[in-house]
Design a protein. Structure first.
Lengths: 275, 150
């Protein structure tokens, strides 16, 4: 890094194998004690690939998960304990994969969305899973014993396809972003009823003026970044605890802090806080 | 009269003569792009997009330095539900013929379509485009428009 603080990026490794566009990547947050890093990737070739770094530093593809999804696999997400991988597909299903006995096995298929599933996210405890779709809905699934997943809520409110869902890093608060330009925040009211507790829009909150593609929280969970087709990044103060909408009384709300504009000439598809 | 046609009687133009155009060997100019898309068949009619004046050479702009191709097309009628199909055809044809680093923008001409803004947004959302091209019925329609011989 030089005095100007501009970081230099160099290609360290090139992972080849997918035969079509790669849509999503996910680091395994918990590959096991002493284990080397593990990465999952998925894409337009309908396949998921698992990549591992060997002791000598070289990367190789250890597993190819195919013949389960019959359209593009749009996104993938590891459970917090690193034992399960969820994959969301344009074929309208979400698959759950378990690593056991040296192989990845598809242990559950979550069906219910009317069309393309675009994103999947595990709650901080790993007991809940959220998915979103072009059908404008967000579904919350609860993990039951025996690899059963029960849909506990179908969240309606977005007026266009929902591009991404992501849980807060330690609260059961879910955020969804959409082609309708809005950001919605969802929480359980304490009686297992899920509600939209805040909507962040251009008109009311200095929100985005076009499709919101992605979001990411910082590690502390008090800041969120969103990125958009409007070519901006927006930083939000998310320090207000929205997880108990009923008991919270005047629980405050999330608010816009700043807009980063002029750095990108085209759509910003993805953003991620460093850890 | 054909029932269900969106524009049953389009204005059809003669196909203009084509002369080879001189240009630098490695440079991409708008005419190269236009040559790639001018013979795409209209989804509704047995004519090319050029014959129906949906496209002309002026529809294309290229910024090779920035790696951008922009096409602005003009649907034949204000309420053309085929506009998204035409847009998909253009995008797929360009994706098949130009390197992936080219950024492609496809828009309808200002004022040419009632729902101009929503069509433009849809045609430039790479996720919606990818999903649409995986839809078998839509893909068949697009492929038929692309494999025509004029």
């Amino acid at each position: 890094m030089d005095g100007g603080g501009v970081a230099e990026l160099r290609e360290a490794h090139r992972l080849t194998g997918h035969s079509d566009r790669v849509w999503s990547l996910a680091w395994n947050p918990s590959p096991g004690a002493g284990a080397s890093p593990v990465l999952a990737s998925c894409g337009g070739d309908k396949a998921v690939r698992i990549w591992k770094r060997a002791a000598d530093g070289a990367w190789h593809c250890s597993d190819v998960l195919e013949d389960t999804h019959n359209r593009t696999v749009r996104s993938c997400a590891w459970s917090p304990d690193g034992k399960l991988l969820a994959t969301a597909s344009f074929d309208s299903t979400t698959a759950i994969w378990e690593y056991s006995g040296g192989d990845f096995e598809c242990v559950a298929t979550l069906e219910g969305h009317e069309n393309e599933v675009k994103s999947v996210s595990w709650s901080p405890s790993g007991s809940l899973l959220a998915t979103c779709s072009r059908d404008k809905t967000v579904w919350i699934w609860e993990m039951q014993p025996g690899n059963e997943y029960e849909c506990v809520a179908v969240l309606q409110g977005h007026t266009q396809d929902v591009k991404m869902v992501q849980w807060h890093p330690f609260l059961d608060v879910l955020v969804s972003v959409s082609y309708d330009n809005s950001i919605r925040v969802w929480a359980d009211d304490g009686d297992d009823e899920w509600h939209c507790v805040q909507i962040l829009t251009e008109a009311d909150n200095c929100g985005h003026s076009s499709t919101v593609w992605a979001l990411s929280f910082n590690q502390k969970g008090d800041r969120m970044v969103t990125c958009s087709d409007d070519r901006t990044l927006k930083i939000w103060d998310t320090s207000a605890d929205l997880s108990q909408p009923k008991t919270g009384g005047n629980h405050g709300s999330w608010r816009h802090l700043s807009t980063l504009t002029g750095y990108q000439g085209r759509t910003i598809f993805s953003a991620h806080w460093s850890r | 009269m054909t029932v269900g046609m969106i524009n049953a009687n389009p204005v059809v133009h003669e196909r203009p003569e084509r002369a080879a155009h001189p240009h630098a060997a490695n440079a991409l100019d708008p005419l190269d792009v236009f040559d790639t898309v001018r013979d795409i068949k209209d989804p509704e009619h047995p004519y090319s997009l050029e014959q129906l004046s949906v496209l002309s050479e002026e529809s294309v702009s290229v910024d090779e330095k920035l790696g951008r191709i922009q096409i602005t097309f003009t649907p034949t009628v204000q309420h053309c539900s085929m506009a998204t199909v035409i847009g998909l055809c253009l995008r797929l044809k360009l994706m098949q013929n130009f390197p992936p680093h080219f950024k492609i923008d496809i828009k309808v001409a200002p004022g040419s379509l009632a729902n101009e803004e929503s069509v433009n947004k849809q045609l430039n959302d790479k996720e919606r485009v990818a999903a649409a091209l995986e839809n078998p019925n839509l893909r068949q329609l697009v492929d038929e428009c692309l494999c025509s011989n004029f």
